[in-house]
Each structure stands twice: as C-alpha cells, then as structure tokens.
Design a protein around this ligand. Structure first.
Ligand code: SF4
Ligand code: FES
Length: 383
C-alpha cells in the first residue's frame, strides 16, 4: 500500500503515459484458447460509447500519449472504428490496429486508410488450416486472414503478421515462416504465448517443451540466414516465453510508467491483464484520465520500488526489470507484490521449473484446449 507521502514522491517522478491501448470491445467472433482477455469478460456489458471514446482520446493526447493501439476482442466489431481512427489521427496519435481480420474487407481497409490509420497487424494461428481452425474455433477464419493480409499490403500498408506460438503449432514453424514469406510479409512476430487470461487457464496444454522451443529458435535463425541470402527483407522477431527465461521482463516498462490500457467498459489498467488482480481499477466514467494516471491508488501501488519484497528490494537488478510482472506473480503465487517467479532468485521459482517439467511430458491435444467464448466465460463471472 502506498501512503500519501510515498505517492507524492512517486508522482513527482511519473512521466506521461506514452502508449495507450484502447480495448474497444471484448466481443470477438473467434475463440482462441490463448486469449489474454479476462476469464470473466462476459460480465463486462456496457461498452464505452463513441462519444466516451472520443473524449478519452482527447484526454490521453492532452496528457502526452503518442502511440495508440486499437485492440479487443476484435476491434472491427465496433462500427465506429473508422470514426475513432479519424479523430485519433486529427489529434496526432500514431495508430495501430491489432486484428484477427474477421470483419475486414477491401472496403473497410480503404475506409480505415482514408481515416488515417497508420498500421495494421494481423494475427495468424498456424500454417495448417486444420490447426488454425481448431485453435480459433472457426473453419473459415484462416482463409480470410490470408486474403486480408494480401489486401492490406495491396492497400499500401506494410504486411505485419503476428503468430502466437504454443506447443500445438511450434513444430510447424518452418511451414509458418514459409507461408509468411509466400504472402510477402514485411515483418513477422513469432510470439510464444504468454500465459495470462485464457492462456493461463490452458497453460498445461499450451506451454511448449524446451526441446520444441530450441528447435523453433534454430528454425528462425536458419530462416533469417536464408532470407538474407536471397535479399528478402522480412524481419523475424522471435519472442521466448517468460517461463523459459531466468530473469523476468520489465513488464509494460514498469507499472504505471509509460503504458495504460482502457478496457471496453472504461476501466483504466496499467496492463491488459491487470483485471485479474485482486484490486479495483478506476473508470474514465468516474474520474478524469489525468487523475487516474497520476493520483489513483491503483496506478501508484506498484510504481517505483518501495512496494518490493525481498529478494527484489535489495537486488541490484531491480531498476532493470522492476521485479517483473505483477500479473504473473499473482497468478503463480497468489501475491501480486511477490517477486515474479520467472526470476531464478525468487523463492517461488520452483513453480516455473514445475511447469517446464510438465511441458516435457506433452500434455493434451489441441482439441482439449478450453475455448475462449461467452459460455465458458460465464463460469468465471462473479455476478
Ligand atoms: Fe529482478 Fe527481483 Fe529477480 Fe532482482 S530478484 S533480478 S529485481 S526479479
Ligand atoms: Fe500485468 Fe505484467 S501483464 S503487470
């Protein structure tokens, strides 16, 4: 808990939020078992209106935010997306659409381009249509993703693809990269699934083994060499899952440091997963964004290092990684102020080692993953 004098000291050192993630909706036609949305998303009903989003964008820009991501759920579900993009452009944001491409077509790409959208990132589930269909819960989604990736590029955008890797598709990485190459991608993020939300629920069925991970890294290196040899510019970014690191990431650059998420109902969060924490987050429906960022208890609770426990409190590395991820610490230990168990210095690191051992055993099939959908979500709703 941060007392008033601590809060004043922290506020004096808090910069502006640079990056705003606007989660426009939790609605989505797909059912990815690794979705980072909260398990009880079905309990979030009243989305911010167009006017509320427009007002919020103005507040964030006035505070100094420069980068704006539109995500969800599937942000294309919102029919006012083009209007929000246009206003964001007018305000001077750099805008990025993070989408599954469901609901996208050539006309909508043109409308988004006219509105001033800077960047589009499309997610792929796999190269194999059957695996993609099983993970997304839709037999048609894969073909639309491929068609829209091509359409985005034809409209003059760089083709930026994101592939979430897990134990059921990581062994097909060679074919996945080949598909991205054939599509003409400019950049591909090969992001091993991070284990929050639905992905944490499905952790045993998603976490790859170390052997799988090492083979995938080697495949990525081989592809980088092959692409360089043929003079093909396609950036490959390989993101290792936290569970195979010995030090945690400085999650979000530090709690309440540069990043904020606004959830569909207006809750303001220091990260996209924070809703799972046992704390209450303020809403833009009740307080101005500036007040929430600088003065709310929620945004100040894990700023700086006064909240840290040992071993972080006396660790020389605490300013580099800020003790890791609060959501991961809570999911694994039940204490959001604990050292992230990813750290090998954490007394809870054995939890990570146990998960790695479990992954060596090979757990389940893709069909056994729990899909993210409204019906399943209701099980987790508190009201
Ligand atoms: Fe980072 Fe804490 Fe581990 Fe030190 S003990 S490296 S501060 S997580
Ligand atoms: Fe919430 Fe890391 S994802 S603090």
């Amino acid at each position: 808990m941060t007392d008033r004098s601590d809060t004043a000291a922290i506020n004096a050192h808090s910069g502006a939020p640079l990056w705003l993630l606007a989660e426009l909706t939790y609605r989505c036609p797909l059912q990815c078992a690794y979705c980072s949305n909260p398990l009880d998303f079905a309990g979030v009903r009243e989305e911010l209106s167009t006017e509320e989003w427009l007002d919020l964008l103005a507040q964030a820009r006035e505070m100094g935010a420069v980068q704006l991501g539109f995500s969800g759920g599937e942000p294309l579900v919102r029919q006012d997306l083009e209007q929000l993009v246009a206003e964001a452009r007018r305000l001077g944001f750099y805008t990025n659409l993070i989408t599954s491409a469901q609901g996208l077509d050539e006309a909508r790409i043109a409308a988004l381009r006219d509105a001033g959208l800077d960047h589009i990132q499309i997610s792929l589930q796999a190269s194999d249509p059957d695996v993609a269909a099983a993970v997304a819960g839709s037999p048609k989604a894969h073909a639309r993703k491929l068609a829209m990736a091509r359409a985005v590029k034809a409209a003059g955008y760089p083709m930026v693809l994101n592939v979430v890797l897990h134990r059921h598709n990581i062994d097909q990485l060679d074919a996945i990269i080949a598909l991205c190459d054939e599509l003409g991608a400019d950049a591909v993020e090969l992001a091993n699934c991070q284990l929050y939300g639905w992905a944490h629920l499905n952790r045993a069925g998603l976490l790859p083994s170390r052997e799988q991970l090492e083979a995938a890294e080697a495949t990525t290196v081989r592809w980088r060499e092959r692409l360089a040899e043929k003079g093909r510019a396609m950036d490959l970014l390989f993101v290792v899952p936290d569970y195979y690191n010995d030090r945690p990431k400085a999650c979000m650059g530090g709690w309440g440091s540069i990043f904020m998420t606004v959830a569909p109902d207006g809750a303001v969060l220091p990260c996209h997963s924070a809703r799972l924490l046992p704390m209450t987050f303020p809403s833009v429906r009740d307080r101005p964004l500036r007040e929430i960022w600088y003065d709310s208890e929620a945004f100040n609770r894990y700023r700086g290092d006064a909240w840290m426990q040992e071993p972080c409190r006396s660790c020389d590395e605490r300013h580099r990684d800020v003790g890791g991820c609060r959501c991961q610490a809570y999911l694994l230990t039940g204490d959001p102020a604990a050292t992230d168990p990813v750290c090998s210095l954490s007394p809870d690191h054995h939890l990570i080692e146990a998960a790695r051992r479990e992954a060596e055993g090979g757990v389940g099939t893709v069909g056994e993953l729990i899909p993210r959908n409204v019906h399943e979500s209701r099980v987790f709703c508190r009201s």
